[in-house]
Design a protein around this ligand. Structure first.
Ligand SMILES: C[C@H](O)[C@H](O)[C@H]1CNc2nc(N)[nH]c(=O)c2N1
Ligand SMILES: N[C@@H](Cc1ccccc1)C(=O)O
Ligand SMILES: [Fe+2]
Length: 291
């Protein structure tokens, strides 16, 4: 797929101007919450935390992470210290037009989706403390770089992520952010893909987790459903435990195709059908077995 030319930067209207982070750039005021990666602020302990996380997690991925992720992981470059984002962009931008940009943490939906729509992936520029090695509440630089960035080297997934940005801004306008965030959660963060040689993880929340990678692909405990967009958008999720339900795709092209149609009628259908618990069993679900 030819590298898509990123659209012109988005200029915020007054209403969506964020409380901080207004940057004047090339004459445009781009209030997008991004900040330069504060590389000097990282301590030796921070770099060592990244190295330990990278070594532990990359040893776990064979047989559990999808092939595209394993193929792209080396493109993150250095693994004995936190990479400079421009080191990654030197490879990523020529590959799919994506650019990693630093943000101070979780940012509001509109700036987040606007960045995605412009092929800019927001990467948190701090790293967890050694005490948080096994669990963090918010995404840190390791979750974002290790979990999210490798698949941005894949042209189909890269195009899908940009479509998410535009879709997110549309959902915001329709008041459907909650529904769309469930789809994001169960695909981009916790999605599974069925390969010829079995189930594998592609969701960043799984790929960057030492415990959930094995659980999601091997445990008989959770249910696994073939991805149905409406079913997925009805399904609540928990942020502080392993998923009780995983949604499974057959390929990134299928994911791209399933999410291409206009979601407006689906958002209405989700409202009518109502929400489902994270572990709900529902008639019409297509179960995916472990074998
Ligand atoms: C879209 C997703 O569901 C969630 O709402 C957004 C909000 N803001 C974010 N901000 C950052 N920095 N990183 C993220 O992953 C997200 N996720
Ligand atoms: N096709 C969706 C937008 C979208 C694209 C890709 C991923 C998620 C959402 C819509 O019309 O709202
Ligand atoms: Fe994430």
């Amino acid at each position: 797929m030819a590298a898509l030319t990123p659209p012109a930067p988005v200029v915020y209207g007054e209403g969506s101007r964020p409380p901080r982070g207004d940057y004047a750039r090339d004459g445009l005021v781009l209030a997008d919450y991004t900040c330069p990666q504060n590389y000097a602020a990282y301590t030796a302990q921070d770099h060592d935390t990244y190295r330990q996380l990278f070594d532990r997690q990359s040893a776990l991925v064979p047989g559990l992470a999808c092939d595209e992720f394993i193929a792209a992981l080396p493109l993150l470059g250095v693994k004995d210290r936190i990479p400079r984002f421009e080191e990654i962009n030197a490879r990523l931008t020529p590959a799919t037009g994506w650019e990693v940009v630093a943000v101070p943490g979780l940012i509001p939906e509109v700036p987040f989706f606007t960045l995605l729509a412009n092929r800019k992936f927001p990467v948190t520029d701090w790293i967890r403390t050694p005490e948080e090695m096994d669990y963090i509440v918010e995404p840190d630089v390791f979750h974002d770089l290790f979990g999210h960035v490798p698949l941005l080297f894949n042209p189909v997934f890269a195009a899908h992520m940009q479509a998410y940005g535009a879709g997110g801004l549309k959902a915001h306008g329709l008041g459907a952010c909650e529904q769309l965030s469930r789809l994001y959660w169960y695909t981009i963060e916790f999605g599974l893909v069925r390969q010829a040689d079995g189930l594998r993880a592609y969701g960043a929340g799984i790929l960057s987790s030492s415990g959930e990678l094995q659980h999601s692909v091997r445990s008989p405990e959770p249910q696994r459903l073939a991805l149905d967009v409406t079913r997925c958008m009805r399904t609540r999720y928990k942020i502080d435990s392993y998923q009780q339900t995983y949604f499974v795709i057959d390929s990134f092209q299928q994911l791209f195709d399933l999410t291409a149609p206009d979601f407006t009628p689906l958002y209405a259908q989700v409202q009518t059908l109502g929400e489902l618990a994270a572990d709900a069993r529902n008639a019409g679900d297509t179960l995916v077995s472990l074998a």
